[in-house]
Design a protein around this ligand. Structure first.
Ligand code: AVI
Length: 321
């Protein structure tokens, strides 16, 4: 991994970008914070625990779909493919896919964290010796160019985007991201993507308000992070986790509710909270099979196949560019 040569924009130092995003978000009429800030080290560990919860069906349902349908997915992808994984993280999900592909040509993980990428690359190289891995550090939503692996020009590229990550983008952003993916691909390339599906609101609300309160800790950690990194004095006991399904918007919203009127100081700037006022911290959009196929078509893809579980809680789609 050559960080200096990584084809990414020079990011401003995280504390400045974080500080200005936080202040901007908290000065809005409906206070909000970008959900990407939920994932510092503590937040990432809490999210891993969420993925193991009985109430959070998303991760295990997707894993079961992959386990059951990998041969069909591998057949769609075909031999000698280059797999590109934006937001790869620890690369855990891609491993079984790479192992089931016919002679994959290269694997290109992209992630904001160089430490995570280094460890993941070592793991993939150990398990799949001989597979070229070209890791790139950067924010995949705004990278101007993606890395390429030597000797793979002209081969089929397939973007792998599991985990229902697309659900955390608002509809317009999701459309822009899929169009951005499409612009990186040539005709005949592919996209293998996971989406959480619209379902009974009881199931959804339990998944985002689990009985072990891990999601509440995950949500509140954002305030703890702001305290740690931006010299703020949020009193976590004055905020409560709230999440609910919004059927018209087809999304679960996550908020932090202020339990009483009070002021918080962030790097010397004072922000007032009314009792009951909320900070909107995350949207998790749910799709219908037809709605997502339409979005794929609108962004220049041809949906070719999808796989779902018996309860139709989750789907993995393969679409061709
Ligand atoms: C990462 N993402 C797909 C999760 C979701 O389900 O939207 C994040 C999450 N937030 C609360 N629980 C899980």
């Amino acid at each position: 991994m050559n960080m200096a040569a990584s084809p990414m924009r020079a990011a401003p130092p995280i504390d400045e970008a974080f500080y200005s995003d936080v202040l901007q978000g908290l000065h809005r009429e409906q206070k909000s914070l970008p959900c990407k800030y939920l994932y510092d080290e503590t937040g990432s560990r809490l999210f891993e625990r969420i993925c193991e919860l009985g109430d959070y069906y998303v991760t295990r349902t997707e894993a079961a779909i992959f386990e059951q349908h990998l041969p069909e997915m591998a057949h769609c992808i075909g031999p000698r493919a280059v797999i590109v994984e934006p937001g790869a993280g620890n690369c855990e999900k891609v491993r079984p896919l790479l192992e089931s592909l016919e002679n994959p040509a290269a694997y290109i993980p992209i992630d904001i964290s160089p430490e995570i990428l280094l460890a993941a690359r070592a793991d993939i190289e150990h398990r799949l010796p001989g597979l070229p891995v070209e890791a790139a550090v950067g924010d995949f939503t705004c990278m101007e160019a993606w890395p390429t692996a030597d000797g793979t020009a002209g081969l089929r590229q397939v973007i792998f985007f599991p985990g229902s990550t697309i659900g955390n983008f608002d509809p317009q952003q999701a459309r822009a991201l899929l169009a951005h993916f499409r612009s990186r691909l040539k005709r005949g390339d592919g996209l293998l993507i996971g989406t959480d599906l619209v379902k009974d609101s009881v199931v959804l609300e339990r998944a985002y308000h689990d009985s072990a309160h891990v999601t509440a800790d995950f949500n509140k950690n954002l305030l703890a992070r702001i305290n740690r990194e931006l010299d703020a004095d949020f009193d976590l006991s004055l905020f409560a986790h709230r999440s609910f399904y919004h059927p018209l918007r087809q999304r679960v919203e996550m908020h932090l509710v202020s339990l009483k009127s009070h002021c918080v100081s962030i790097g010397g700037e004072r922000i007032a909270f009314r009792e009951g006022e909320t900070i909107h911290t995350e949207n998790s959009h749910k799709y219908s099979l037809a709605g997502f196929a339409e979005l794929l078509r609108d962004t220049g893809f041809s949906p070719l196949a999808h796989w779902s579980d018996a309860k139709q809680h989750y789907a993995v789609h393969y679409a061709q560019a």
